[in-house]
Design a protein around this ligand. Structure first.
Ligand code: ZN
Length: 345
């Protein structure tokens, strides 16, 4: 009898303790707790699903701050930040410019963002995940743009194709020193069809595809700076116009890695060479669309701008361009291997 009573007393104590514990858990405010999603359903614009940016930020442990006019939005965390403007596709992540597919809008006085921009830009860059299974990065395919009968831009007696190949050769030297294997889509001044270039990279077993070009503005010396392109994700429009891409391409398997690689190379070029930042962009270029590995296309300065032209035409400056590109590749590789492109959630 006494034993039974003792047992039941013990049980009662346990029940009371459990109840107190449960009450305490519910009562104590947890600053990191994820708030329930807003009661308003996720909005759609022209059939495209959007999410409330402030709710998304809270779920990721980021602060979401709007300016007094509600025109600028800043997302902030210890490890990084993003700035976005209402009704604009321009954004910056840790101070580096990039273009969203749709941009953010305001609804019910709150910022909303297309789900595809969340997934393929903010999540990919602020919360990168290691590829699963891991993809080792050993062989880099370099594609010097144009060649042979296709000179690319021509400025006086200077053809873009020449400087694309010269830059590619400098990049190769540095990649070899860093222990990478390097293959070219063209080693000399010859014409190669666009569709053949990613095919050559695939046959060589390349892990990354890097197409090198230079820009040139017609009748103007004003435009300057660097642009880094990656393939347009499925179901989104390209930066320079056109409707959403609805046909899956080989590149779409790498939508996240494409922008991560583009961002790292672009960041390195902009920061180390102080080049004008024209942003990470998306395009349906054939060489990028057909790449069956993560790939980018770099427009490494304007031949038509005196400041950029120095970097393009001078060997020493070209070596610095090459160094910045290789640093970006190394940074991407480290991120993919250790998941450290930026801290993870
Ligand atoms: Zn070109």
């Amino acid at each position: 009898m006494t034993v039974l009573r003792l047992l039941s007393l013990k049980l009662r104590y346990q029940l009371v303790a459990l109840t107190i514990l449960l009450l305490a858990t519910n009562a104590s405010p947890n600053v990191n707790a994820v708030r329930p999603p807003p009661s308003s359903p996720n909005p759609r614009i022209n059939g495209i699903p959007y999410q409330y940016l402030d709710s998304w930020a809270r779920q990721r442990g980021m602060e979401c701050i709007s300016n007094s006019r509600n025109s600028e939005v800043t997302l902030r965390a210890r490890w990084g930040n993003a700035s976005l403007s209402i009704d604009s596709r321009n954004a910056t992540i840790n101070g580096i410019n990039l273009w969203l597919s749709y941009g953010i809008r305001a609804q019910n006085n709150r910022p909303i963002i297309a789900e595809r921009d969340l997934r393929h830009v903010l999540d990919a860059l602020l919360f990168p995940r290691k590829p699963n299974p891991p993809r080792p990065i050993r062989t880099i395919a370099i594609d010097p743009g144009h060649g042979g009968k296709d000179p690319g831009f021509v400025l006086g007696n200077r053809a873009e194709k020449t400087y694309n190949l010269l830059l590619a050769q400098e990049v190769r030297e540095l990649l070899l020193v860093a222990g990478f294997k390097v293959v070219f889509t063209r080693y000399d001044d010859r014409f190669i069809e666009l569709e053949q270039r990613p095919q050559l990279a695939r046959r060589a077993g390349a892990d990354l595809f890097l197409s090198l070009h230079h820009n040139c503005a017609v009748n103007s010396t004003e435009a300057k700076g660097v642009e880094t392109y990656c393939a347009t994700p499925l179901g989104t429009p390209s930066t320079n116009g056109g409707g959403p891409r609805e046909k899956a391409e080989p590149s779409n398997k790498f939508d996240d890695q494409n922008i991560q690689l583009a961002y790292e190379i672009h960041k390195s070029l902009v920061r180390s060479l102080e080049m004008n930042d024209r942003g990470v962009r998306r395009a349906g270029f054939e060489v990028l669309r057909k790449a069956s590995m993560p790939g980018v296309l770099v427009e490494a300065g304007f031949m038509s701008n005196p400041e950029d032209a120095k970097k393009v035409f001078d060997r020493k400056s070209r070596q610095q361009l090459a160094r910045a590109i290789v640093d970006g590749i190394q940074s991407y590789k480290r991120g993919m291997e250790r998941g450290l492109v930026t801290p993870r959630r």
